[in-house]
Design a binder for this molecule. Structure first.
Ligand SMILES: [Zn+2]
Length: 263
């Protein structure tokens, strides 16, 4: 049986999982602050009417121009809905994640933002599940963009996304999630949230702000990918104080490069 205990600290949930072999493993689960708390413009959490357009996989206009990849790692953006089972998210049951309910153009906007953010690194960004499955399981992550957040939040929206720190290398297909309804189907908000959640899976914590007495004054540093960038043109990677401690300096780019390398 999996025992999952949550210690809620506004934004941060820490999951302690005891596996079947009674071997204790500590897994850090991070749930983002409810997007409504960030004062985002035009915030609207009403569910969108069915606007989802099925992409023709043979005419994927986002990444069909990419030459055969020599990259060893993959970030798979899954907008089409997914069933998640047998992972650290499944403390109750299987998760049936509905599609993102985003248009082709919105999906491509998000894809392009990922390409921009992760251009420094040796990682393929793709909407093609076959490229994900062709990658070593310990070098890949699936980001599930979905309307379905009730399995985590209950009846009301509670987070823009959720991820386990470092899950990119776990090799067990643990995905991370970005919740499109909670993010008002806004392509910019969803792109920034997605890039951020992927950062968690690659080992990053938040970039936080502390005062001179080492008291945290903001969990999310403004304008940074691993802070909050909803209200900026786009967030940037950063070298700064981590959410784990005022004395812990996190170099975002170096941390990611240690996992997947540079281009
Ligand atoms: Zn976060």
């Amino acid at each position: 049986m999996k025992n999952l205990i949550f210690f809620t600290c506004c934004w941060l949930l820490i999951g302690c999982k005891k596996n079947d072999q009674s071997r204790i493993t500590q897994k850090i689960l991070i749930a983002e602050t409810d997007p409504a708390m960030f004062g985002m413009k035009q915030f609207n959490s009403e569910k969108r009417n069915a606007g989802y357009l099925l992409r023709n996989p043979n005419s994927n206009k986002c990444d069909n121009f990419i030459k055969p990849s020599k990259k060893n790692s993959t970030i798979f953006l899954d907008f089409d809905g997914a069933t998640v089972s047998g992972t650290s998210w499944n403390w109750i049951s299987d998760i049936f994640a509905a599609p993102a309910n985003l248009t082709d153009d919105e999906q491509c906007f998000i894809y392009n933002r990922f390409v921009q953010a992760y251009d420094t690194f040796n990682v393929l960004i793709t909407l093609d599940s076959l490229k994900y499955f062709a990658t070593n399981p310990a070098n890949r992550v699936k980001i599930i963009f979905t309307e379905t957040d009730n399995w985590f939040c209950g009846l009301s929206h509670c987070a823009g996304g959720v991820a386990y720190v470092g899950s990119f290398t776990w090799g067990d297909n643990t995905p991370c999630f970005v919740f499109t309804t909670a993010l008002a189907y806004n392509q910019h908000y969803i792109a920034e949230a997605g890039v951020h959640e992927a950062g968690h899976t690659l080992g990053l914590y938040h970039q936080s702000v502390y005062d001179t007495a080492c008291v945290k004054t903001a969990e999310y540093k403004q304008g940074k990918i691993m802070g909050v960038s909803y209200n900026f043109p786009y967030g940037t990677w950063c070298i700064g104080t981590s959410s784990t401690s005022c004395t812990k300096i996190q170099d975002d780019i170096q941390t990611i490069a240690l996992i997947i390398g540079y281009n």
